[in-house]
Write a protein that binds this ligand. Structure first.
Ligand code: GLU
Length: 513
């Protein structure tokens, strides 16, 4: 029997969840579902100095909104909890001590000044990357250089210390990444990373490896920014003697700014004119506000589909995938290596698709809600007609209300540029006659076809070519130079309202020629 696939998303609650993090969560979710495995969420909150209140709740709400909730998490614990590292704090020290015992880690007592002095010394000696490593550790204050008695004494007297990994001097560390293939790193380029900090908390590296092991993680799918840490992680698995159950790694390609110049960062939020966070976020310390995809009007299905394609493709031309279809089609082999540009136009395209294929009733509900919020009551029938009119022209749900303002409110002013070009005596004559015809009573139903037939017969009777005055007709009734099917607009407004608007326009607009 093959082992059950278990993957995890392991965010640190240091602020709003970045869209790249959401993609990582999505890929983990898709892989777990595809393989019939489990998707875990672990909160990596060992760095208390970076803790941001509300961040964990934000992560939970984002995943729920996207419909990719974890099978096991702090709020839905399974058998391998707790799922917050701060609550597992007590267990990490014994693992660090085990590594010391095995000769793969050591106590280091160096003060901040001593570390700084080392860096200065190395910089003066033109060492490009001064670091605490297999060479420099021999000149520092640690349990490898001090006598066992002194180490014991220092520990007993409560001297502050950290525990560092003891990396081999000359060794090629290699591992197979499911996306990148074989990765080879020479251990001389790695430093002796701190595993336990002087405050008794583990660092990310130690906690991450211990927990992945204890939680039975089979695949680590995470962003490319963690690739440089992977060789140390591979070594830690070996140091602990856990090589047999070491997870397989898959480092996802970077998300790039739209122009391809550099990584899309949290700071890009709103600066580039689009959100980079799933939900609105207010920084609890600075009060700075960032907009979210949800509040901007993106539908979760559209965002899912968009994110899935940021780095993955199904290998054919298809682009529209429901969550179930994504699960079916997903494979790590089809994730690319190179960075993917964040193309917001594509996100809009997906949103338009999903919005336009939503149920009519859902769209009516969006419109009625927005109207109500603005203090207008729209009947179900009228809202339905507006939705049908605008369905193929909207990107976001809010567009139905925004783009139908000219229906709810008669124009009080007119697009002057269009007026100066298109408003003329012929238009006025035709509109005069059309208004009179409308006022004298029209047979029900006054639908788009009836509105058009009456306009055409009026044009014929007045001898005016419709094509030449159509824009003026639109201007008179809507105040605008362009918009959706005008005859359908007339049908929604009804004959009396159209006539009233025409009368107002005839009184207001001056004829230029
Ligand atoms: N806590 C890390 C983060 O914030 C997790 C990285 C990993 O998945 O190993 O992204």
């Amino acid at each position: 029997m093959t082992k059950e696939v278990r993957v995890r998303f392991a965010p640190s609650p240091t602020g709003a969840l970045h869209i790249g993090g959401l993609r990582t969560a999505l890929y983990n979710y898709l892989f777990a579902r595809k393989m019939g495995g489990k998707f875990l969420l672990r909160i990596e909150d060992t760095d208390q100095t970076r803790f941001v209140p509300g961040a964990e709740e934000y992560i939970q709400e984002s995943l729920d909104w996207m419909g990719i909730s974890p099978d096991e998490s702090p709020w839905k614990p399974g058998d391998v909890g707790p799922y917050r590292q701060s609550e597992r704090k007590a267990s990490y020290m014994s693992y660090a001590l085990d590594l010391i015992e095995k000769g793969h880690a050591y106590y280091a007592f160096d003060t901040a000044e001593e570390l700084e002095a080392m860096r200065e010394r190395l910089t003066a000696a033109r060492v490009v990357q001064p670091q605490y490593n297999s060479i420099t550790r021999t000149q520092m204050k640690n349990s490898l250089t001090l006598s066992p008695e002194e180490v014991k004494e220092r520990l007993a007297s409560g001297d502050p210390y950290v525990i560092r990994a003891k990396l081999p001097l000359k060794e090629e560390v290699r591992f197979h990444d499911l996306i990148r293939g074989w990765v080879l790193v020479h251990s001389s380029t790695l430093d002796d990373k701190v595993l336990m900090k002087s405050d008794g908390m583990p660092t990310y590296h130690l906690a991450n490896i211990v927990d992945d092991h204890l939680m039975g993680i089979t695949h680590v799918i995470r962003g490319e920014e963690w690739l440089p840490s992977a060789p140390l992680h591979v070594l830690l698995y070996r140091f602990f003697g856990w090589e047999d159950t070491m997870p397989q790694f898959a480092h996802l390609p970077l998300l790039l700014k739209p122009d391809g110049n550099g990584k899309l960062s949290k700071r890009d939020g709103d600066k580039l004119g689009f959100p980079v966070f799933p939900l609105n976020w207010t920084d609890p310390f600075t009060g700075e506000k960032s907009s979210g995809f949800r509040e901007t009007g993106y539908l979760p299905d559209a965002l899912l589909n968009f994110l899935a394609f940021l780095g993955w493709n199904p290998g054919d031309e298809r682009e529209i995938f429901s969550l179930d279809e994504l699960i079916e089609a997903f494979s790590i082999e089809r994730i690319g290596k190179s960075g993917t540009k964040f193309d917001i136009a594509k996100a809009k395209w997906f949103n338009e698709h999903y919005l336009r294929s939503s149920a009519q009733e859902d769209l009516i509900a969006y419109l009625q809600q927005d109207a109500q919020a603005a203090g207008t009551t729209l009947s179900h029938e009228k809202a339905g007609a507006i939705v049908s009119l605008l369905r193929d022209r909207v990107t976001f749900p809010g567009d139905f209300w925004r783009d139908s303002q000219f229906i709810s409110h008669a124009p009080i002013e007119f697009d002057l540029e269009v007026a100066s070009k298109k408003w003329n005596a012929d238009a006025a004559t035709l509109l005069q006659a059309y208004a009179t015809a409308l006022e004298s009573g029209v047979a029900a139903p006054f639908d788009g076809t009836a509105a058009k037939a009456l306009l055409e017969s009026t044009a014929e009777a007045t001898g005016i070519k419709l094509g030449k005055v159509m824009q003026a007709v639109r201007l008179a009734v809507t105040g605008l130079g362009a918009g959706p099917d005008l005859m359908e607009v007339f049908a929604i407004l009804g004959p009396q309202e159209v006539a009233k608007r025409i009368r107002f326009a005839l009184d207001t607009l001056a004829i230029v020629d």
